[in-house]
Design a protein around this ligand. Structure first.
Ligand code: MD3
Ligand code: FE
Length: 215
């Protein structure tokens, strides 16, 4: 790799997608190996599973968590819980690399001292999607949510504060980090069905980390 390539590779594009929503393109790339290793350790103890919505639908995205609490869904509703309902064990603790990445990304977007207590880990296989929703099971909407995309790229839908507001599509690629705060924090959003593909590190899947301050 020559000098030019290495400069291009480390170039940091910060793009405001919408008021409060800052894309740090490729921000997580230098940490890709450590992040993937950490996810492997988490899923060894808390495997990916398909949650059921309160309406009784099995989600196409598989999920797990790390941190003090994890997001769970079942027939009784959505909540953050200290324990994995499948094992009864506390969720795996949040790796230092995760907490540090989230803190640095939020700081770069103007949110100082972001200390998430939950990290929801989503796994998309081809065809998996996330319908338009708001994230409002957290108590503190002043804190942003930080998302990290790994593996295959996805088309992300970003709307407004009402479900029927027009949506804009963004491509989220491996290593991209987005900080969702301010007036973006309660915006409707979703993910289009994942297209088939092959990522050199993660194969035929996309993994998304979302860091949340729940209290
Ligand atoms: C905008 N995850 O876990 S990440 C979710 O790619 C979720 O797995 C998607 O939506 C995924 O809840 C999208 C981007 C994202 C995450 C949270 C947000 C965008 C957001 C919260 C508020 C506004
Ligand atoms: Fe969400």
């Amino acid at each position: 790799m020559d000098l030019f390539d290495s400069i291009v590779e480390s170039e940091q594009r910060d793009v405001q997608l919408a008021p409060g929503a800052m894309l740090l393109a490729g921000f997580a790339r230098p940490l890709e190996a450590a992040l993937i290793e950490a996810v492997a350790a988490i899923i060894a103890r808390a495997p990916f599973r398909h949650l059921v919505t309160p309406g009784g639908h099995r989600m196409s995205v598989a999920m797990t968590n790390c941190g003090r609490v994890g997001w769970v869904s079942d027939r009784t509703g959505y909540r953050y819980d200290t324990n994995d309902p499948d094992s009864g064990l506390p969720w795996p603790s949040m790796p230092e690399t995760f907490a540090d990445l989230a803190l640095r990304a939020a700081d770069g977007a103007g949110f100082a001292d972001f200390r998430p207590d939950a990290c929801l880990i989503n796994r998309y296989e081809p065809g998996a999607k996330l319908s338009l929703h708001q994230d409002k099971d957290e108590l503190d909407f002043n804190a942003p949510i930080v998302s990290v995309s790994l593996g295959l790229p996805a088309t992300f839908l970003f709307g407004g504060l009402n479900r029927n507001d027009k949506t804009t599509r963004y491509r989220l690629a491996h290593g991209d980090v987005v900080v969702w705060g301010g007036s973006a924090r309660l915006a409707y959003h979703g993910v289009m069905p994942l297209a088939d593909g092959e990522h050199p590190l993660l194969g035929n899947q996309r993994i998304n980390l979302t860091f949340r301050k729940t209290r």
